[in-house]
Ligand binder design. Structure first.
Ligand code: SAM
Length: 283
């Protein structure tokens, strides 16, 4: 949806979700700068951070802190103001709502019948995905994993079978432990560590999870980090020994033809060959 600008040059009332740079201030879009400089108020995570951005575009606007610790208290007032004012929402960096506050504000703004407009822009998860050189056709964003080892391992186990590239946010001090936990839970997949994207020391290091865990173990990197992990590989081909074991087990329950049929379905092997093997086993 795009909102028309009334005659007086003021923005139409509603909620404007504004993506901001994740490092390089030049990545702020002209449209985002325009909306920020004309909003009646801006809901911000940290007013010092947003003040720097506003200074960069040569404007000053009223800022209302909106973060995890005050959101429930502040939200009703913001929703009420959207009836007659243009309220912008920004986070410290990147796209609001993505591992950042905002989804309840959008939900409640919609419920109240206010216009909701998004101004798309930088997002560390997507930027890292473009750097990693891993499949992009299906991906799953996991945000930050839990800090405690057991909860982290459980969260990893939950996604181990998903055939998609995984994207995670992480901090430098926890990077090596998280890479090792990912290797334990997912197998030693290809991965990338994208760091300080769009900043002076941007880098993207690729390797297997165990290589990357070893690399960062003794020297935790500085700055902001995204981990990207390849999808699981193709299942290894079924060996003759595996197929025999499956057939032997199936023969304890089923006649030869049905056992061969079941194992053919499970393995993709030829039913005719499996039937012959089943008869051999029985004989
Ligand atoms: N909403 C933001 C977005 O759209 O990317 C993400 C906010 S989340 C609280 C902050 C995390 O994003 C950081 O801890 C880091 O994992 C990642 N991040 C943000 N900026 C980054 C950058 N320039 N390079 C790499 N990762 C970044």
């Amino acid at each position: 949806m795009s909102l028309s600008t009334p005659e007086d040059g003021r923005l139409s009332p509603g909620l404007y979700i504004v993506a901001t740079p994740i490092g390089n201030l030049s990545d702020l879009s002209p449209r985002a700068a325009n909306i920020l400089s004309r909003a009646d108020a801006i809901a911000v995570e940290d007013s010092r951070v947003t003040a720097r951005l506003l200074q960069h575009i040569g404007t000053k606007r009223p800022m209302i802190p909106y973060h995890d610790h005050n959101a429930d208290r502040v939200r009703p007032g913001l929703i009420a103001r959207m009836a007659s004012e243009a309220i912008a929402l920004v986070s410290d960096a990147g796209t609001p709502l993505i591992s950042d506050p905002g989804f309840k504000l959008v939900r409640d703004a919609r419920a109240a019948g206010h216009a909701v407009v998004t101004l798309p822009g930088p997002c560390a998860a997507i930027a890292a995905l473009t750097l990693a050189g891993l499949p992009t056709d299906r991906f799953l964003f996991l945000g930050f994993l839990p800090a405690k080892a057991k909860a982290r391992a459980d969260a990893i186990a939950e996604v181990a079978a998903i055939r998609a590239t995984l994207i995670l946010y992480e901090s430098g001090p926890r990077l090596a432990a998280t890479l090792a936990a990912l290797g334990d839970g997912l197998g030693n997949r290809e991965a990338a560590v994208a760091r300080e994207i769009s900043k002076r020391f941007e880098e993207c290091v690729t390797g297997t999870l165990s290589e990357l865990a070893a690399r960062y173990e003794d020297t935790p990197p500085k700055g902001e980090i995204v981990i990207v992990v390849a999808p699981p590989g193709e299942a290894p081909p079924v060996t003759e020994t595996d197929a025999d074991a499956m057939l032997r087990e199936a023969l304890t329950r089923l006649p030869a033809a049905k056992a061969a049929n079941e194992v053919a379905k499970a393995t993709g092997l030829q039913k005719r060959d499996l039937y012959a093997r089943a008869l051999e086993m029985k004989g």
